[in-house]
Design a protein around this ligand. Sequence first.
Ligand code: PGA
Length: 255
Amino acid sequence: MNKATRKAIIAGNWKMNKTATEAKELISQLIPAVKQADCEVVICTPFTSLCTAVELCRGTNIHVGAENVHFEKSGAYTGEISADMLVDLGVEYVIVGHSERRQYFAETDETVNKRAKAALAAGLKVIVCVGESLAQREQGVTEELVRMQTKIALQDVSAEEMQRVVIAYEPVWAIGTGRTATSEQAQEVCAAIRKVLGELYGQAVAEATTVQYGGSMNAGNADELLEKPDVDGGLIGGASLKADAFGAIVAAASK
Ligand code: PGA
């Protein structure tokens, strides 16, 4: 596998943090912090900060993403946001299937697939999150589970659409816990995901697809994780809320 054939992507996942006013402040610090990046830089913000983020990031190397999207085009879905609404704002990326959505908002592999397809149909780039819980890791089913999540998430997604798909491997036990996967564990599962992509779409697509690691990635461990041949970037929660920490991870991915 040749890492040089695909793009490293460092994406911030702000989760439910920062008002639009606070977002303005953080983005004004992020712009200089990542401007030398030699990788793709994305910030995924709450819906309420997207307008501000799109406006402030225009003309910079920062791409803007949302943290979720509904799968229907429009209609009676009070409180939901469609892919067309995101595109119209100038949003480029969207995260689907984050484990917090699976855990707290009844997201299933099937709805992850529906959201991914709706987002791709609208022209968005999609970051699909997969990953096992601690119990599943201890039961020894990590690979089977992640294979299944990946396969279901990508049902009816074409090889051509895969150019706009990123897979983020996020072990649930490592998210927001300060307990990062070892670089060997991250490599093992990212490689398993790439293998599944190869089975579904062939070697060329597998080698071209960015597979990120996420879960307590920070300035201190980013180098070691990103050095691994199948770890093509990171989905960053906590450390994406501080410009210096996020800038250091972007710098690690730019080496
Ligand atoms: P964390 O979150 O970096 O705070 O662990 C990662 C994520 O949930 O995407």
